[in-house]
Ligand binder design. Structure first.
Ligand SMILES: [Zn+2]
Length: 384
């Protein structure tokens, strides 16, 4: 389990209110992805169950409830986050199956402090999981005097894949939370939540960290050994530790930028191929679910590849950015039916996809649609 890094000001404000007992029952921590909103929710939960908070209104770290909360094992601290729907599950068994998936994911987060979840299918908050939450909120605390719920990425209660019922069921709980219950929601885009939910919570903005804070965290946590490398990753993280962790190269693998370059090439090869199933496979293999920063990086890389293809097709091969891949691009440009104006259309389509990714649309859907569109752009006679 990761410690909460940075955010000194909000911690001081929320911490004092928690210790004084004046914290509202329902809070919404909102801010960019990966800045530590759920970590902050868990920190606040730990403080709420701590028996001897410090003078600075921090959890003492020594009492049993504190230690259990820090290990994600406190029976009254419940962490809900979006989960992928288990495959082939009947509606009756969904609740139980989802609890199994949540337990597995919690175990992974306990075991690896730097764990970054990666799901095959798009995660969401399903009604069945919200019902589990309601049931827990309705029962008495197991250990202390109160229960604390951290509900991460609360906006995923209402995507197409889930059901509006999840948000409505949660709304019921927010309308009349049991007196011994604190609900801490987190969201990247509060605008995507039901207005009725937003109106019942205290909104608290969680800002990006400084690059220096991210860099210091990477070094202290042991995620990165080398200071210049930590600075480089921190600079690309936009103040979000979660994003920095996704940028770390896996042991023995290529650097993140190199990986993105390779993925961009896969996309280019995919749109050049005529087989639709190949395009779908590529969309699912490359689209990072729920990681917009990574998706945008992939779009940048794809644009560069298409620009290079445009340079070759329109007879200006001396301007290649991927000069080392000239052979691949020249072979691609030999394909019949490629049209420079169509490639220009495709580049505009990538810009549109980038904008769409800023909204509440699943990156995999955007990518599947984009690949179909780009394939037909570059092969069809252009719009005049
Ligand atoms: Zn304590």
């Amino acid at each position: 389990m990761l410690p909460l890094a940075g955010h000194a000001e909000i911690r001081a404000v929320l911490g004092r209110r928690a210790v004084a007992g004046t914290l509202p029952q329902s809070i919404l921590l909102h801010g960019p992805a990966g800045v530590g909103k759920q970590r902050m929710g868990l920190w606040l939960a730990q403080l709420l169950v701590c028996q001897k908070p410090t003078h600075a209104a921090e959890p003492c770290g020594g009492c049993q409830p504190c230690q259990m909360a820090a290990r994600l094992q406190h029976p009254d601290v419940h962490w809900f986050f979006p989960l992928p729907r288990p495959e082939g599950t009947s509606p009756e068994r969904l609740r139980e199956k989802l609890e199994g998936v949540r337990a597995t994911e919690l175990e992974a987060r306990r075991a690896d402090r730097l764990h970054v979840p990666a799901y095959e299918r798009t995660p969401a908050h399903y009604l069945a999981a919200i019902q589990t939450l309601q049931r827990l909120a309705g029962s008495r605390p197991a250990m202390g005097r109160r229960k604390v719920f951290v509900v991460g990425e609360a906006e995923l209660m209402v995507p197409q894949e889930s059901s509006p019922e999840a948000a409505n069921a949660f709304l019921k709980l927010l309308e009349e939370p049991p007196a011994d219950t604190t609900l801490i929601l987190t969201a990247e885009r509060p605008g995507a939540l039901l207005p009725t939910i937003v109106s019942r919570v205290l909104p608290v903005r969680v800002r990006p960290l400084s690059s220096a804070e991210v860099s210091a965290f990477l070094l202290e946590s042991g995620a990165v050994q080398d200071a210049p490398e930590a600075d480089r990753i921190a600079a690309a993280s936009a103040g979000a530790i979660g994003r920095a962790l996704r940028l770390l190269p896996a042991a023995g693998s290529a650097s993140p930028l190199e990986r993105q370059r390779q993925q961009g090439r896969t996309l280019l090869e995919t749109v050049l191929s005529s087989a639709a199933p190949v395009r779908f496979a590529a969309a699912h293999a490359t689209a990072p679910a729920g990681a917009r920063g990574e998706f945008l990086g992939l779009m940048d890389s794809f644009s560069v590849w298409l620009r290079d293809l445009l340079a070759v097709v329109s007879g200006a091969p001396e301007h290649l950015l991927h000069g080392g891949e000239a052979d691949l691009l020249h072979r691609a440009a030999q394909r019949p039916g490629l049209h420079p104006l169509g490639i220009a259309d495709a580049l505009r389509r990538i810009d549109a996809a980038r904008e769409m990714a800023e909204g509440n649309v699943n990156p995999q859907l955007i990518l599947a649609d984009l690949l179909r569109g780009v394939h037909s752009d570059i092969h069809a006679a252009p719009h005049v």
